[in-house]
Design a protein around this ligand. Sequence first.
Ligand code: ADP
Length: 505
Amino acid sequence: MRVAVAVGVSTPPVATMRSSCTRRIVAVSYRFVSMHMAAAPLSRTLSTESVAARLTSAGLLRTKGLIGANWTDARDGKTMPVYNPSTGEVIADVPFMGSKDTEDAIEEIGQLITLEQGKPLKEAIGEVNYGASFIEYFAEEAKRIYGDIIPPTLNDRRILVLKQPIGVIAAITPWNFPLAMITRKVGPALACGCTAVIKPSELTPFTALAAVELALQAGIPPGVLNVVMGDAPAIGDALMANTRVRKITFTGSTAVGKKLMAGAAGTVKKVSLELGGNAPCIIFDDADLDVAVKGTLGSKFRNSGQTCVCANRILVQDGIYDKFAAAFSKAVQILQVGDGFSEGASQGPLINDAAIEKVESFVEDAVSKGADVLLGGKRHSLGRTFYEPTVLGNISSDMIVSREEVFGPVAPLMRFKTEEEAISIANDTNAGLAAYIFTTNVQRSWRVTEALEYGLVGVNEGVISTEVAPFGGVKQSGLGREGSKYGMDEYLEMKYVCLGDMNRK
Ligand code: ADP
């Protein structure tokens, strides 16, 4: 019922949204200016004390720092005086803040992500920047929603194409990127003039709520963004059934994505899906070893292996296998496991018990079928859901770890002999999101890139997501693209207009 109310918000055309935002800004500015005008004209005969008192009562002499929405003292309580240069009198003391206070101001959303999702603070702050990049990119892109004029085949008519907002959209998002997966959907939706109902993961709702609070503070009109959370299947069903919801955009598991796609059929909604991957990372004999180790490490261990673009199968050619296995294990050994707020930790906990039990079962299955544990291979001594960064060797295609996403800090190494064999293993999956190759041979990099059945390919690079490039998978990894100019089309309808009777005199 609540969902129905939330999606009952009508879709304001872009122009209306812009003008109501503008009206709001104008109203606030006017209030600010009139407050100043209302004050008596300043006179040199007024004392520092009386001016300060009047400004204080008007709320305009602020003596604290502003962090988030709160007026804040320095962490250590230190203050510094500010003087009137004319008289030498102290006007007031303000907090003497340092680097820690500054970090507080920058890190708030990052801290929230670390708090509810577990990833190390540095990585969480990286996600804040990545998340913000979608808002910035699509705010700019809103200016380029071009239509088209098509030459007609009959001379008494003219043909135009208009792009219009699709309407109310529903965005269902996962826990592994609690901010960026929302902004990647909501950024283009707002730019196109759509309203949105956001359904964040129940495991990480706080970041979503903070993000919409910031949107309200920034002047997004009430009703444009809505957030619901709780009984995911019930919410999903209500969104699917509602005829006013014209698009569903989802990031999450393949199983839920298929359900949503089937559900969307009932009201013929536009659907875009970012689903699971099974990313191959292919290291050829001619790879630069350092580049391959660094790239594979970045791809595999980001967010403790909990991203759908993390390398899931590391295919290593015979001639470089031993050298790569040794160098890679050495690099993985240095990774520090710990609470996301602890200094130096680059590997946080897994999201919950189900996640660590899955990782454990995949490793047990591999070992029972002949895999070698080169590093780790068990729960971390920190307990709870911490798992040791793990490298497994001698992986074969009958092991679960080579067929399904492990979504944890486990790097399985498979040996191959020829380029054809590597391509065949890489494509032998229903998934098709990200793939990585490491080679110094230009011809090979083109050949293999073109042969890989994947939506994204990193060549000598392990971390490739960016707001300016299209993100999305082929086969059962999804439908549609997010980010970049291509991400806009998902939120637009095209209208063909035929102007007839043009030759009437
Ligand atoms: P994961 O296994 O990564 O948590 P899910 O696909 O289960 O992936 O979850 C991704 C998002 O989909 C979450 O917001 C979750 O609450 C939501 N979700 C799960 N089941 C359904 C459903 N039946 N209908 C709509 N949303 C769902």
